[in-house]
Design a protein around this ligand. Sequence first.
Ligand code: MG
Length: 432
Amino acid sequence: MFGTSGIRGVVNKEITPELALKVGEACGSIYEKVVVGNDPRTSSLMIKNALISGLLACGADVVDIGFVSTPTLAYSAKKYDVGMMITASHNPSQYNGIKIFKRDGSGIPLKEARRIEEIVRENKKRYVNWDEIGEYKKEEATGEHINGILGDIGGIKNEMRVVVDCSNGATSTITPYLLRKMGCKVITLNAQPDGYFPAHNPEPVEENLQQLKSMCGAEDAIGIAHDCDGDRMVVVSNNGNYIENDKLIVMFAKYVNARKIVVPVDSSMVIDDYVDAEVIKTRVGDIFISEMLKEIKGDFGAEASGTWIFPSFSYCPDGIYAAAKFVKMTDEMDVFEEIRELPSYPLKRGSIMADRDKIKEALSKIEEEIKKLDFVKLIDVDGLRVEMEDAWVLIRPSGTEPKIRITVEAKEKNCMEELWNDVFNMVKRCLK
Ligand code: MG
């Protein structure tokens, strides 16, 4: 049921009211006080209401904060045992899901998720007597999140024009208002919540942001875009260029004076080269970044998908906080000028299809082969990342599909192509 991003799937196929009821019953049997929220998908209320029924039936008190962003829900979770968000993040309209957050804003660890699965699978829920059914009430939570961010970051000194593309998602009711309070002149784009996502798919990748790019150029304004539920944030410059997130990682790490940062194993070496901090690489997935940040007391974590974690504020990837932080940073320094000076290393990603058993079998052969390369560091927390002087390779089985993913990055294009061919052919050989 649970993957690294909680429960996710197609509505009324994998994600049904029946499933939501069972998850609610299981969680109601474990937790006493739960806060719930939802994004604007057409199925979100259907799923949330079933979930709430299960929670109440098993005795949990429920506070419903209604239509909110995921980081707002996670921020509210500090007053409860857990927070439960109905969202499918950046996925298209037909998807939905359930994500569960702990008090500190991080997603529940997989171990805790397995416990919930077990209660569902073995039907171990505990219904309570009629007079012990949980209490239900509604509360507002967005204001508190806005005030929390404002209190932490404060306002700006110079004039700034910002276009915010909310992707017709949950940030429509928060980011534009927050940035206005900071002193920005805000122009909104796709800020009518609409679960059909009429403007573009709610994933903030460059091909979905053509409107934002041309608007930033025309208005001489910086651009900010979120995914549907607001845990992601990406940036467009005032001349309409999409900013690569690994460069933004470098800038944020510098701005917060980070000593230890955490990034996933598929991150660009521009981070190793230009961040003046210890760079720890961990498994792909924001819950693993949060876990590692806690373990090593790191002060910044990020993924190149546009996921930013500032532990001094929350262990939840908070795209709204990140938007405010970016605006503040831009107010204090010439961010885009510094970004222009960072190199773009040639990078190639691809994959080879193969069945899971074959992949399992091939992995030890691949490891043997890859160790023949002239490397300086081998990281095996999630697949195999081999770091050389001026290049790196990552070979990683996909968590969701029967394929093995290959990533190669190098400082020189020729070197990258050559390495790519060698590694690609080697993996193919090992899969035979
Ligand atoms: Mg998301």
